[in-house]
Design a protein around this ligand. Structure first.
Ligand code: SF4
Ligand code: SF4
Length: 370
């Protein structure tokens, strides 16, 4: 595959690449990175710090694959290359050490005790855990929504919507463990396997697992093997869309102009473009205005694949450009469906002192249904 890239050498992958268009260095474009990896695989260069940093500089957002005529599967190649560097003992980056230690010690990447996962459930003052006993569906809240107070309102909004619609769901609370997405993206495959197995023991007791995190959804639906009793994996948007279709949720008029940021894990990685828009358009009075780059060509928020941990300044610059695009639409609200995107976009709106409000689709839907 990398042979095709070196023969073509077109550089179409640079078009829109968030990392290249921030640093303007050839080695961080897919074309440059592919040439460096090829030289390494041919034994021309060593796995030195420059090579390692180059391999870890990508967001794995897959925008390059939309623009690449040879359809080089760069994200897959870089994920494999990262796993190889970890095996060789030269990856991940030193900046990822705290994250991997946290995953090993606490089962989440945020250095928070396991009990912190229950805070949003307790704060809600609703008998959410008790109500879910014996339920066939599990609501898997993931690590980031429940452990970041600025977005804890999202799992609560989903839980309230499910209650409104009479949808029964169980919660694992402090027994939940990271899906392993972060470890997989930075090449820590052994750690991913430990987390996956730990997780599956709990998940396979249910018929379906619903999550609001685009990263958990992509990982559990695509990176967990289908064997091993894997239940049906759904993003909460899929469930909410069905509840709206069946008339179990009835949003009332909400006059507001919004735009929607496609998370890479939901869009390019999973092909889920229509469902979020169906939900937004189901709320009477809501005007959805698309950004310059949306759906398959949506620009990444800059938070993925360990880049934010290793290089927060670059990540913030990328998020700012996305917020700029959102502001161009004249929208009052920037919607998304992923905790990493929402964190990054909130940080950018604050840094830019922009008035646009970042919200999850579930939060807007709850406001319209409450
Ligand atoms: S667009 Fe594809 S083939 Fe062309 S340089 Fe980029 S990765 Fe290589
Ligand atoms: S996956 Fe995204 S960040 Fe990485 S090279 Fe491609 S467009 Fe750039």
């Amino acid at each position: 595959m990398l042979e095709d890239c070196s023969r073509c050498h077109c550089g179409c992958c640079k078009d829109g690449c968030p990392i290249y268009n921030t640093l303007f260095e050839e080695q961080v474009s897919a074309r440059g990175r592919n040439l460096i990896i090829r030289a390494y695989l041919k034994g021309v260069i060593e796995a030195d710090e420059r090579l390692v940093r180059t391999v870890y500089s990508c967001l794995l957002c897959r925008l390059d694959e939309e623009n690449c005529g040879a359809r080089i599967p760069c994200a897959e190649i870089y994920e494999n290359m990262r796993a190889h560097l970890v095996e060789k003992g030269v990856g991940p980056l030193p900046e990822h050490e705290a994250l991997t230690a946290s995953l090993r010690n606490y089962g989440n990447p945020w250095m928070q005790p396991k009990t912190a996962r229950e805070k949003w459930i307790k704060r809600s003052k609703l008998p959410l855990k008790e109500e879910g006993e014996g339920a066939k569906s599990l609501y898997y809240s993931g690590c980031t929504f429940p452990l970041d107070p600025s977005i804890q309102s999202v799992p609560l909004a989903v839980a309230k919507l499910f209650r409104l619609a009479g949808e029964k769901f169980a919660l694992l609370g402090k027994d939940e463990v990271c899906c392993g997405s972060t470890s997989l993206r930075i090449g820590e495959r052994k750690l991913f396997e430990e987390l996956r197995q730990n997780n599956m023991e709990k998940l396979k007791q249910y018929e379906r697992v619903i999550t609001s995190c685009a990263g958990c959804y992509k990982t559990m639906s695509q990176d967990y093997p289908d064997s091993d009793g894997k239940p049906e994996i759904l993003h909460s948007l899929q469930v909410l869309r069905d509840l709206l279709k069946w008339g179990k949720l009835k949003p009332s008029e909400t006059k507001v102009r919004v735009t929607y940021h496609d998370p890479c894990h939901l869009g390019r990685h999973s092909g889920m473009y229509d469902i979020p828009r169906e939900i937004i358009n189901s709320i009477p009075g809501v005007e959805l205005v698309e950004m310059r780059n949306s759906r398959e060509l949506a620009r990444c928020c800059g938070s993925g694949a360990g880049v934010k941990t290793a290089n927060p300044e670059v990540s913030l610059e990328i998020a700012k450009r996305r917020v700029e695009e959102a502001c161009e639409t004249g929208a009052e609200i920037l919607l998304s469906a992923c905790p990493f995107c929402e964190q990054g976009l909130i940080d950018a709106t604050k840094a830019m002192k922009k008035k646009i409000k970042v919200m999850d689709i579930a939060e807007l839907l709850l406001e319209a249904c409450d």
